[in-house]
Design a protein around this ligand. Structure first.
Ligand code: CAA
Length: 257
């Protein structure tokens, strides 16, 4: 399929999506949303793909929702169309998605990175929610996902002032899982994605579901949910194979990959 705003490719068992609107620092417009949903759907349908890497350019992962597209919009129109709600579909990807972030990840760009399962950042990465400087507030989940990721103090600081934080601060705050040199970024994200793709798919997908459930429910319900998923994995060939391989001191050959 030909994409206008993305480069979409498969490398081995990993799907790679590169945001590609360099003239607008990868600002997220309605075409990016439509194409990202299509790319994810294609990867989900492709049995060979076990994990996805989402990246941008060296200068910008994405500098936010497209301000030029939003500028003329009126309340009644965006309310009626429930503007932005389509991004929730992107956040609900069932296969693991790793964000590889270099340069600006601002506004919707930071929010898109947070829709991924974890973020690997280059030393050049800059995160922020500058919507307040435009007379609005985050609209793609920033007030909710950033607060859950970094806590109230840091989220309020970033959202109320609109300031950016660098990769070191983002790692300290728990927003990103690793920071690497710019030239290592894609290799690092690929290595993590390949590792995930080599594992048993049901256990990977259930692990993702279980962690995400921690953000939605009480501890007691979350623990019960985790335990039931854990129990259910004993119905898979891959639990038999994974544990047998450990005991026999060999590499597992998982069926469901
Ligand atoms: N939307 C549309 N176009 C954008 C954009 C955005 N979010 N961010 C950058 N661009 C465009 C610029 O307009 C510029 O285009 P022109 O050359 O045609 O003028 C081009 O990208 C390069 O940008 P700059 O010249 O501004 O580059 P810079 O290096 O001087 O500054 C920057 C970089 C600090 C990231 C600056 O571009 C900037 O502040 N961008 C906007 C960041 C922002 O406010 N993001 C939040 C958007 S609102 C949002 O996301 C709402 C939501 O939660 C859903």
């Amino acid at each position: 399929m030909a994409y206008e705003t993305l480069i979409v490719e498969t490398r081995g068992n990993v799907g790679l999506v590169t945001l590609n609107r360099p003239q607008a620092l990868n600002a997220l417009n309605s075409t990016v949303l439509k194409e990202l949903k299509e790319a994810y759907a294609a990867f989900h349908a492709d049995e060979t793909v076990g994990a996805i890497v989402l990246t941008g350019s060296e200068r910008a992962f994405a500098a936010g929702a497209d301000i030029k597209e939003m500028q003329p919009l009126e309340f009644a129109d965006i309310y009626k169309s429930d503007f932005i709600s389509g991004w929730e579909e992107v956040a609900k990807a069932r296969k693991p998605v790793i964000a590889a972030v270099s340069g600006f990840a601002l506004g919707g760009g930071c929010e898109l990175a947070m829709m991924c399962d974890f973020i690997i950042a280059s030393e050049t990465a800059k995160f922020g929610q500058p919507e307040i400087t435009l007379g609005v507030i985050p609209g793609m989940g920033g007030s909710q996902r950033l607060t859950r990721a970094v806590g109230k103090a840091k989220a309020m600081d970033l959202i109320l002032t609109g300031r950016m934080m660098d990769a070191a601060e983002a790692e300290r705050s728990g927003l990103v899982s690793r920071v690497v040199a710019p030239e290592r970024l894609l290799d690092e994200a690929f290595a993590a994605a390949e590792k995930i793709a080599s594992l048993s798919r049901p256990s990977v997908m259930m692990a993702k579901e279980a962690v995400n459930r921690a953000f939605e429910t009480t501890l007691e319900e979350g623990l019960r949910f985790e335990r039931r998923l854990f129990h259910s994995l004993f119905a898979t060939d891959d639990q038999k194979e994974g544990m047998a391989a450990f005991v026999e001191k060999r590499k597992p050959a998982f069926t469901h990959r």
